[in-house]
Design a protein around this ligand. Sequence first.
Ligand code: BG6
Length: 293
Amino acid sequence: MQETYFSIPKHISFKTQKNNFPPFIMLTSPHSQCSISLYGGQVLSFIPKNHPDILWLSEKAFYQEGKAIRGGIPLCFPWFASEGSPAHGFARIMTWEVIDSGIDNKENPYIKLKLEANEHTKYFWDFKFSAELLVKVSQKLEINFSITNEDEKSFSFTEALHSYFQISSIENITLRGLEDCSYIDSLDNNISKVEENAIVINAEIDRIYQDNENTCIIIDKKFNRKITISKVNSHSTVVWNPWIHKSSTMKDMQKDAYKHMFCVESANVGEKKVLLKSGETHTLQLSIEVSSP
Ligand code: BG6
């Protein structure tokens, strides 16, 4: 049983779910706690000491095979949005397996999950690949998302760590780090525009910042915290909030939930797709840290 083999007393445990849904993994460090769903390989929460959860998870999320869990950090692979079907790829609706776990000398735990090509993934995408997700928690949440081409042919893919951040309320936040950057406005015929200022949100937003490796900072006046989002090997940043109308059409979002979530996604999408030759590996790294302003 992977539960017994990969558990570490006080640091890593497995939590059984109802209706045969795959278990959640709970990581505990001296500084934080984190939960990860084996279904989707999805981080669901990251709670540093003395802070409300950094990640938002919908109270109406579905925990059901075939559906994505709304919130946390869904993994979009091997495509983003409706570049293919199902939307955002199949990685977020597959069950991953644990392949490694451990703690460092400061008692910070990590866990490594894997998803390999199988009959089910081949139905959607006919390539041999392996995907690995390394999640480590300390004061920070650190994620390495690696894709290896196990096929004889080259392939390309798009991807995103679709992070849902929990915020006190949408009117209290400012997003810094994308000033003077150009973006594609998905809500305005994919027209290219330039962001002049720090971002404040007062309407639906769905934008892709290309050629963008910038560190972003969410400043939350009411929670009195800054969330710093840094990344490596990610050339696209997606910013999304569905606002009132769109969220009211989503069965897995509560009314008004749009006020308490905000997505800043570390990605490689559109023309920033990743091309991998046989045997090559690509790793996208994400680090999320909280501090006081
Ligand atoms: C964002 C996209 O990344 O994900 C949006 O930019 C999309 O266009 C959103 O609506 C949510 O997608 P889904 O498939 O999880 O409802």
